[in-house]
Design a binder for this molecule. Structure first.
Ligand SMILES: Nc1ncnc2c1ncn2[C@@H]1O[C@H](COP(=O)(O)OP(=O)(O)OP(=O)(O)O)[C@@H](O)[C@H]1O
Length: 265
């Protein structure tokens, strides 16, 4: 990883967007996440890394209450978005997921046109008052997702007819169409080829100017390329969290050191 200028990474004084304290998750008798404390900064890409089964996706899914859909999941602790507890009874998970959007491992466009994939969220959340306004949102999101030029002449074609990399960028356009404040990405490049991966990574860096991005990745190179902060999970514990440069060049915990040098995982 010599070509990556980690030491040049500067984490600015962005404010906390998400504050997690004492987060525990059980699936039935499996204790998947143990007492996790994290501050996710605004306008920052945060990478979650760690060996398979360490709880990265579980924690990611706590941040927009996706785990609510898993019958056996029990979540304890506190997760605040801009100071408000997202698990409060008054919070509507559907509204929360518009603010804290998600992109999944496998591109999963709706069986609808390219246009309707992006327009769906703004429509159900009442974010546009006219067709012209909706057209504007669709175009701007497809542009932000670096897909507009490839699809502008076939907006009525099915989203599922695009290539894998294009489908993932369509899913990113769909996720940003509700103007989220945080975007969660669960291994968003694992089904993509190197060219599509590079496009999505470039996009992640651009999206950071608009909101926080949290990415789960199995690739340490990817974490080093795209993130400013990295959290290392192991056996359900958050072992170490800090600036990406520090985590990769001078980890404090021997378990982090072992993982990044390939001895565990
Ligand atoms: N829906 C579920 N029901 C039961 N157990 C689950 C469920 N989802 C995850 N687990 C368990 O919780 C633990 C953490 O899983 P999780 O998917 O969060 O790990 P991960 O670090 O994201 O793994 P991977 O890198 O393989 O995706 C594992 O022991 C897993 O088997």
């Amino acid at each position: 990883m010599k070509d990556i200028q980690l030491e040049e990474r500067v984490v600015s004084d962005h404010k906390n967007k998400i504050t997690a304290r004492g987060v525990q998750v059980h699936y039935g008798t499996t204790h998947a996440l143990k007492d996790v404390d994290v501050d996710i900064l605004d306008h920052t890409v945060t990478a979650f890394i760690g060996p398979s089964g360490c709880g990265k996706s579980t924690f990611l899914r706590c941040l927009n209450r996706m785990n609510d859909t898993v019958a056996s999941a029990r979540i304890a602790g506190e997760i605040l978005l801009d100071g408000e507890n997202i698990y409060d009874r008054s919070v509507d998970p559907v509204q929360l997921r518009a603010k804290v959007g998600m992109v999944f491992q496998k591109p999963n466009p709706f069986p609808k046109s390219i246009y309707d994939n992006v327009a769906y969220g703004p429509k159900i959340h009442g974010l546009s008052t006219s067709k012209a306004e909706l057209d504007g949102i669709v175009e701007s999101c497809l542009r932000k997702a670096a897909l507009w030029n490839e699809v502008k002449d076939r907006l009525a074609s099915p989203g599922t007819g695009l290539s894998g990399g294009q489908q993932q960028r369509l899913c990113i356009a769909r996720a940003i169409a509700t103007s989220p404040e945080v975007l969660l990405m669960d291994e968003p490049c694992s089904a993509l080829d190197p060219i599509a991966t590079a496009q999505v990574e470039e996009l992640i860096d651009e999206l950071r100017s608009q909101f926080s991005v949290v990415i789960v990745t199995h690739s340490m190179q990817q974490a080093a390329r795209v993130s400013q902060r990295t959290a290392f999970f192991h056996l359900g514990n958050l072992v170490e969290y800090g600036e990406t440069g520090q985590i990769f060049t001078s980890p404090k915990d021997p378990r982090t050191e072992s993982y990044i040098s390939g001895r565990i995982g």
